[in-house]
Design a protein around this ligand. Sequence first.
Ligand code: ZN
Length: 347
Amino acid sequence: MPLLDEVEAMREEAEKAIAGADSPDALEAARVAYLGRSGKLKDFMSRIREVPADQKKAAGQRLNEIKSGLETLFAGAKDRIGAKAVCARPLPDPTLPGRIQPLGSVHPLTQALERFAGIFERLGFTVRQGPEIEDVFHNFDALNMPDDHPVRDQADTFALEDNAILRSQTSTVQIRVMEEHVGRHGGGAGMPPIRIVSPGRTYRPDAVDATHHYSFSQIEGLAVDRDVAMADLKGFLGMFARETFGSGVKTRFRPSFFPFTEPSAEMDVSCVFCGGKGCRVCKRQGWVELGGCGMVDPNVFDAVGIDRELFTGFAFGFGIERVAMFMLGVDDIRRFTENDLRFLRQF
Ligand SMILES: [Zn+2]
């Protein structure tokens, strides 16, 4: 048989093999047999020298035509088989319930913090934050706690290196804001009014139990202006308490002592669970302690360079955990940091 007749026979055979392939494996076998590196087409190409010289060119052209024809068929078959493979897969059942991606939510402490900050913002306070790693000046000296003050004991703060400690209260931000005011206005008087609240984490090396933790959050407030009085402090904190716990809540101020305020007071609110009659939550007292407050000690103004003769101010600080525990009925401060989803999902 002349070479070209053999070639045409091979082409028919290859076309049948490709058309008949019904799986990716069968198709690949056909490709290797006819179009592969040592396949039949290649073999014919090397036999072109058997063709008489005047027919060589036409034979070569015919072989190339057959090659590209088979390649086209092969590509078509590949698509056909691929599509069949996809169809062969079981169809998704649209009636099945979807997979639910669990959504996170805001941590109860952050919720409480944002709520408190929001109330003070509506009362005209600006939210300010400061560094958690502080120096001794901002944490103690400027807050009227001299070198020999007992809270400066190594055992009462987390000391880092040299002058650096983890802040033990958010009052450090008050100092930074007052300094900023003084510097910004070129020193001297005329820089207040200041009205800020600073929420954030603080650290003390307390043994951890149901009501103590080495890391806790505070919200601290400061108002400085001419003629700010204790009555203003009581007015603002009373509004805060009613916004937070409801209009029926009563407040009470007990004399206390803090180095950075004079006079100082502890603020209590009437128990929202028993209405002041006494219950388990308020330990039969009818009152729950919210935090400390007082009029800014003039020594603090001296430390930051505010004229103590011209300005007065009040300051307050609440433990967020304590208030949140009271509001949410949480019995153990450790719940906030355990990352137990059974607890966190309730809020
Ligand atoms: Zn009570």
